[in-house]
Write a new protein. Structure first.
Lengths: 635, 405
C-alpha cells in the first residue's frame, strides 16, 4: 500500500515537472528577444503606395478560419499584453516599423503581410496571410533595420509541428488561443473586446466560444496530424518552409486521401521577388510558368479555402469545380505592383562604402566564373514563351547532379506521386484545360492514381482559376492578361535548380535554395571552409562577409547541415574534378572579396558605370576526370 | 582490520575480473559460433551494387577533400591516406617461370615476362607522423610496359598496372555505406561514433573495431619485412582473386637488419636507406594470388571478411626484386609524391571488384586531380623511360617514348 502511494506521489511529481517545463517554455519560448529598431530604412525599391498595397492586399488565404478581430484581441498566454504587440510577434520574425500606424488596409496595425479579407457570404473578416508575409526581408545593423521589400522572410510562420521549446508563430498562437479558451477571465476580456457591447449577450458569448474552439481545434488537429505522421522531420526554423511538400500534403493529403501524405524534408528559402516577372519559368526547380496559376497554388498551400467534395462527400461535378477563397483581382494587383519592384541598393551610409576598384576586378571574375549560369539572357520576341513580355529572361536549370546542392527539393517534386482518383477527373476533361506539359510525358501518360505534385496541382489550380474567373465575371482578353501575358499553365519537372540573375542577391541571406550557407563569402569558398552548423534568427547582418551573422545568441536556431535537406554542399569553387557539385575553379580569398564587392553594385547601372574595365580571363573547363562516369558509359 | 578489508577488496576485484573474463570468453564463443553459422558459402561471383552508392561516394569525396585541405603540409597538398612515404624505389617484377596454366592471365599471362616497376612504401595516416606511432603501412606497386587498354577512359593508353596494398588482410569496414559513416565520424574526430554510430545495438561494430585496432599496429622493423594485402578483390582473367606480397628472403642474399633507433621520426625510411643504399643489399618479395572459391565463404562485397587460406591458398605468381639503389633524393621524393596509385590503373583482366574498389575509383581520382592541381604538378602516368630527375613526370627524352619489345 505504501509502495502504491509512493508511486502515485512519484507520478504526480513527474507530471508536475512536465507541466512546469511546458509552462516555462510557453512563457519563455526559444526565440530571440525583440529589439525595437531605432529606425527602419527602405532602399528605394518602389514608392510607398506600392509598398502598402504589397504589404496588406489579401490574396484569399485564411489561418484555419482565424478571424481578424480575434487576432487583434488575443492576449499573450500568461499576461494581458496584446498577442500582436511588436515585442511579442517581432520575436517570431514578423516585421514591424515603429513608425507604422493603423490604416484602412491594416486597421489592426499588424506586421507586414498579415492582411484581412471579408468572406462574401458570411461577411466575416478573416486573417489573410498574404505574399508579403514571407517575401519581405529585414537586415539589422547597429540598431537600424533595413527593410528588403520582396526579400526573404526569416520567420517560422509555416511550421505546424510543435517543438518542446517553441519558436514558431503557429505554436505561440495556439498557446495563446488555448489559454484564452481555458482561462475564463482571459476569455471574458477577449469576448469583451470582440463582442463589445454585445458581450453580455449570453447567446453571442456562447457562440463565440464555440466558433473559437473550432479554430483552436483546427490548429491542434493539424499539429497532431503532422507530428504523428512525422511529415516534417527536418525542422525548417526561421526563413524556410518546404513549400512544395506542404502544398502537396495540404491539398492531396489533408483534403483528398491520407495515403497521399509524403515526408517533406526539403525546406527552402523564400525566394526574392524582384525581376521574377521576367523569368521564363519560376519556382526553385523552374517548374511553373503561369503567374496566376503559381500564385493560386501557393494560396492553396497557405490556406485558401477549397471545395473539392460536396457535403455528401461526392466529387464536385466538372462545371462546378472548384470554389475557393482565392482572390484573382487582388492577386493580379499584387503581381502587377511587383513589376515595379527594383532590387535593393546597397546602403553605403550604413553598411560602408563600395570599393569600386575591387568591384571592377570582381566584374571580370564574375564574367569568368559566374556569368555562364547567372547572366540574364533576354530572348528575342520570337523565342519568348510570352511574346508580349519584355524582357523575358531564359534561365538555366542546372541539374542537381552537376550543381550538387541538396537534392531533396528537386527529388521530392520529381518522385512523389499522389492518388487523385477521388476527385473524379477523367483525361478527357483534363485535356480541355489550359495546361501544357513540357518535357517528358503527355496527358496520355498521366496516371490519376499516381500523379506528380506539379501536374496534379496544375490541373487543380486550372479548375480553381477557371471558377474564380467565372465567379468574378472575367473572361477573354482580361483573363489572358490577368493570367500573366496570356501564358498557359506550364508544368515542367526537372531534377535541378534554376540559376537566377544576381542583382540584389546580397540582401537575401542565407544562401542556396535551402539557406544552408550563411553568407556570400562562404558561398564562394570550398565546402570545407563553410560552417557546418551556424546560428540564425535575429536578422543581425554582417556587411563584410555579406550575410547573417553566425555566432550563438539567446534563442537562436541552429542550422545543422548534416541533417537531410540541410546539406551545404555543391555550388562549389575549388580545384580538382568538376563533378559532384564542383562547378568552378578555386577562388583565392581576395578574388572572393572582389566578387562580393561587385555583387553589391550588380543591377544598378549608375553604380556599374563607375567600374573600370578589367580584362576577364576566359572560363576554363577544369581538369579531365572520368571516375564518376557509370560503367556502361565508360566502356 | 585494515588487512582484512584489503583482502576483502582484493577478493572482490579478483572475482570481478574473473567474471569479466568469463563474460568476454562467452561473448567471443557466441560470436565465433554465430560467424561459423552465418559465414558459409556459396557466395556470388558477380558484384552486387547497393543503391545510393554514388551519392555516398560523393560525400566521401567531399570529406576526403576536406581532409587533404586541413592536413596539408607547408608547401603541398598530400594524399588523404598514406600521405607519408618512406620512399619510392625502382623494382623488377618477373612472372614465375613455372606458373601453372590456370594462373596465366593478365599481366601474368607469359611465364618469365619482366616488368620494370616503381614501389612506394608508406604510413597509412592522413598526415606524416613518427614512424613509431601505431599505424597501417602501405605498399603500392606500379608495373610499367603493360600493354592493353586500361580501365580509366582518360588514361586508356597508359602503360601501367597498379597493385595497391596495406599490411592487414582485412579492412575495418564492409562496404561504402559503412565507410561513409565511419569516415565522416572520424573526420570530425568522433572515434567512438565511428564504430558505434547510434544507440541501436544492431549498428554496433565490435568486430570492425577490433580490426581497426589491429590495423593501427606498431611498425615493422623495415618496410621490407612486412606482408601487404590487396584487401579488396580483383578479376584475375576468368577468376576472382585477392593478392598479397610477402617478403621472400630466400630469393635474396642474407641480410641482417642493423638495429635502428625507432624513436627517430623516419626510421622506416632509414631502414630502406641502410639496406639499399649503404649496405647495397637487394630486397625481395613474392607476389601471390588467392583465387575465389565461390562454394566457400569468400564474398566480393565485404572487405572485413578474410578469405581463409584453408579455403583457398595463396600461390606465388611473380617475384619482385628491389636492387640496391639511391632513392632518397629530393627529385625522386617529389616524383614519388606526384605519382598516382589506384587499383583502377588496370587492364580489364584485373578489373577491381566490390564496393570498396568502386569507391576507390572515384575517390582516388578526385583526390589525385585535386592535389595535382593545387600543387601545380602535371598529372600523367609514367612510362618505363620516365626519369624523376627534374621532379617532373614528363619523359626526359620525348622521342624515346616507344613501347617495349
Amino acid at each position: 500500500m505504501r509502495l502504491f502511494l509512493r508511486l502515485i506521489v512519484l507520478l504526480l511529481v513527474l507530471l508536475g515537472v512536465a507541466v512546469a517545463v511546458l509552462v516555462h517554455y510557453i512563457k519563455n519560448p526559444h526565440v530571440p528577444a525583440y529589439q525595437t529598431p531605432d529606425e527602419v530604412i527602405y532602399l528605394e525599391q518602389w514608392d510607398e503606395q506600392a509598398r502598402q498595397l504589397y504589404y496588406y492586399t489579401p490574396q484569399g488565404t485564411t489561418l484555419k478560419g482565424l478571424r481578424y478581430d480575434w487576432l487583434v484581441a488575443l492576449e499573450q498566454p500568461f499576461n494581458q499584453n496584446a498577442f500582436i504587440a511588436a515585442d511579442n510577434l517581432g520575436r517570431y520574425g514578423l516585421l514591424f516599423d515603429p513608425a507604422q500606424q493603423p490604416s484602412d488596409s491594416n486597421p489592426g496595425n499588424l506586421p507586414v503581410g498579415l492582411a484581412r479579407h471579408q468572406d462574401t457570404d458570411s461577411g466575416i473578416w478573416y486573417v489573410d496571410i498574404t505574399c508579403a508575409a514571407c517575401h519581405t526581408g529585414e537586415l539589422r545593423y547597429q540598431g537600424t533595420a533595413v527593410r528588403i521589400d520582396g526579400g526573404a522572410g526569416m520567420h517560422a510562420l509555416a511550421s505546424t509541428v510543435p517543438t518542446l521549446k517553441g519558436g514558431s508563430f503557429g505554436q505561440a498562437l495556439g498557446a495563446s488561443m488555448a489559454l484564452t479558451y481555458y482561462n475564463p477571465s482571459k476569455f471574458k476580456r477577449f469576448a469583451a473586446k470582440v463582442l463589445g457591447d454585445n458581450s453580455a449577450n449570453n447567446k453571442a458569448y456562447k457562440r463565440l466560444r464555440r466558433d473559437f474552439k473550432q479554430v483552436l481545434d483546427a490548429f491542434s488537429d493539424t499539429a497532431i496530424n503532422d507530428w504523428r505522421r512525422g511529415l516534417y522531420p527536418t525542422e525548417e526554423g526561421p526563413g524556410r518552409t518546404d513549400a512544395f511538400g506542404r502544398i502537396a500534403n495540404t491539398v492531396f493529403g489533408d483534403r483528398i486521401d491520407a495515403k497521399n501524405y509524403h515526408i517533406a524534408n526539403a525546406p527552402v528559402n523564400y525566394p526574392h521577388l524582384w525581376d521574377i516577372w521576367k523569368f521564363d519559368w519560376v519556382q526553385w526547380n523552374g517548374s511553373a510558368m503561369q503567374p496566376m496559376a503559381r500564385n493560386i497554388g501557393e494560396a492553396l498551400g497557405v490556406g485558401a479555402s477549397l471545395t473539392l467534395f460536396s457535403d455528401s462527400g461526392q466529387p464536385v461535378p466538372i462545371n462546378e469545380r472548384y470554389a475557393s477563397s482565392v482572390r484573382v483581382h487582388d492577386m493580379y494587383a499584387i503581381e502587377e505592383t511587383l513589376k515595379t519592384l527594383k532590387p535593393p541598393r546597397w546602403p553605403e551610409a550604413l553598411f560602408g562604402a563600395i570599393d569600386f576598384k575591387m568591384a571592377s576586378k570582381g566584374r571580370a571574375l564574375f564574367e569568368e566564373n559566374c556569368a555562364y549560369c547567372h547572366a540574364p539572357r533576354p530572348q528575342p520576341v520570337d523565342k519568348r514563351l510570352a511574346p508580349s513580355r519584355d524582357p523575358e529572361w531564359k534561365l538555366r536549370v542546372v541539374p542537381t547532379r552537376i550543381i550538387g546542392t541538396d537534392p531533396n527539393t528537386a527529388d521530392n517534386i520529381a518522385d512523389h506521386r499522389f492518388d487523385v482518383r477521388r476527385l473524379g477527373w477523367t483525361r478527357g476533361q483534363l485535356s480541355d484545360q489550359d495546361v501544357r506539359l513540357v518535357g517528358d510525358g503527355t496527358l496520355g501518360d498521366v496516371d490519376l492514381a499516381s500523379v506528380s505534385s506539379a501536374k496534379g496541382l496544375a490541373y487543380l489550380t486550372a479548375y480553381v482559376e477557371d471558377r474564380a474567373y467565372r465567379d468574378a465575371g472575367i473572361k477573354g482578353a482580361d483573363k489572358a492578361r490577368m493570367d500573366g501575358f496570356g501564358l498557359p499553365i506550364g508544368v515542367r519537372e526537372l531534377r535541378g535548380y534554376k540559376a537566377r540573375p544576381l542583382d540584389g542577391i546580397w540582401a537575401t541571406p542565407p544562401f542556396l535554395h535551402n539557406g544552408s550557407v550563411p553568407n556570400l563569402f562562404q558561398l564562394l569558398s570550398p565546402v570545407s571552409e563553410r560552417d557546418t552548423k551556424f546560428h540564425i534568427g535575429n536578422l543581425e547582418f554582417d556587411p563584410k562577409q555579406v550575410g547573417y551573422r553566425t555566432e550563438a545568441f539567446e534563442g537562436s536556431f541552429v542550422l545543422d547541415t548534416a541533417i537531410s535537406g540541410n546539406s551545404n554542399r555543391g555550388h562549389e569553387f575549388r580545384d580538382g574534378c568538376r563533378q559532384g557539385g564542383v562547378i568552378g575553379r578555386y577562388l583565392s580569398p581576395v578574388e572572393r572579396w572582389a566578387l562580393i564587392e561587385y555583387l553589391k553594385v550588380l543591377g544598378h547601372s549608375d553604380l556599374e558605370q563607375q567600374l573600370t574595365p578589367v580584362p576577364a580571363k576566359p572560363w576554363t573547363p577544369g581538369p579531365d576526370c572520368d571516375a564518376l562516369i557509370s560503367r556502361q558509359e565508360a566502356n | 582490520m585494515l588487512k582484512r578489508l584489503f583482502t576483502k577488496l582484493l577478493r572482490f576485484v579478483f572475482k570481478l575480473l574473473l567474471l569479466l573474463v568469463a563474460l568476454g570468453l562467452l561473448g567471443w564463443g557466441v560470436a565465433e559460433l554465430y560467424y561459423r553459422i552465418a559465414w558459409q558459402g556459396p557466395v556470388s561471383t558477380e558484384e552486387e551494387i547497393p543503391v545510393g552508392e554514388a551519392a555516398m561516394t560523393q560525400k566521401i569525396i567531399a570529406d576526403a577533400i576536406t581532409i587533404v585541405e586541413t592536413h596539408k603540409d607547408n608547401t603541398r597538398i598530400m594524399r588523404d591516406a598514406h600521405a607519408k612515404a618512406h620512399g619510392c624505389v625502382r623494382a623488377d617484377v618477373s612472372v614465375r617461370e613455372d606458373l601453372p596454366e590456370n594462373l596465366q592471365h593478365g599481366v601474368f599471362a607469359k611465364p618469365g615476362q619482366q616488368y620494370p616497376a616503381w614501389v612506394r612504401f608508406s604510413n597509412g595516416n592522413a598526415y606524416p607522423q613518427f614512424d613509431s606511432m601505431r599505424d597501417a603501412r602501405g605498399m603500392a606497386i606500379k608495373l610499367m610496359n603493360v600493354e592493353g587498354k586500361k580501365l580509366l577512359p582518360s588514361e586508356a593508353d597508359a602503360q601501367t598496372q597498379d597493385l595497391v596494398m596495406f599490411n592487414q588482410p582485412l579492412f575495418f569496414v564492409s562496404d561504402v555505406a559503412e565507410y561513409q559513416s565511419n569516415f565522416a565520424a572520424q573526420a570530425e574526430g568522433k572515434k567512438v561514433q565511428a564504430f558505434f554510430p547510434s544507440w541501436d545495438p544492431r549498428t554496433w561494430q565490435f568486430r570492425h573495431l577490433l580490426i581497426g585496432l589491429q590495423t593501427l599496429a606498431p611498425p615493422p622493423e623495415s618496410p621490407f619485412s612486412a606482408q601487404y594485402f590487396s584487401i579488396a578483390p580483383f578479376k584475375y582473367g576468368p577468376h576472382n582473386s585477392k593478392y598479397r606480397t610477402v617478403p621472400a628472403p630466400e630469393q635474396c642474399p642474407d641480410y641482417a637488419q642493423p638495429t635502428l633507433n625507432q624513436n627517430l621520426p623516419n626510421f622506416l625510411r632509414s631502414a630502406m636507406y641502410q639496406q639499399l643504399s649503404v649496405d647495397r643489399v637487394p630486397a625481395c618479395f613474392a607476389i601471390q594470388v588467392q583465387l575465389q572459391d565461390a562454394e566457400k565463404y569468400m564474398p566480393l562485397e565485404d572487405t572485413s571478411i578474410e578469405w581463409r587460406e584453408e579455403d583457398s591458398p595463396f600461390v606465388t605468381v611473380a617475384h619482385l626484386k628491389i636492387e640496391p639503389q639511391d632513392f632518397d633524393t629530393p627529385e625522386q621524393n617529389l616524383f614519388c609524391d606526384n605519382l598516382s596509385f589506384t587499383p583502377w590503373h588496370s587492364i580489364e583482366e584485373h578489373r577491381p571488384l566490390g564496393g570498396i574498389n568502386r569507391l576507390r575509383r572515384a575517390v582516388y581520382e578526385a583526390v589525385s586531380v585535386y592535389r595535382h592541381e593545387r600543387n601545380g604538378a602535371p598529372r600523367q602516368e609514367p612510362t618505363a623511360d620516365t626519369q624523376p630527375l627534374t621532379g617532373d613526370l614528363g619523359p626526359q627524352q620525348p622521342d624515346t617514348n616507344e613501347q617495349g619489345e
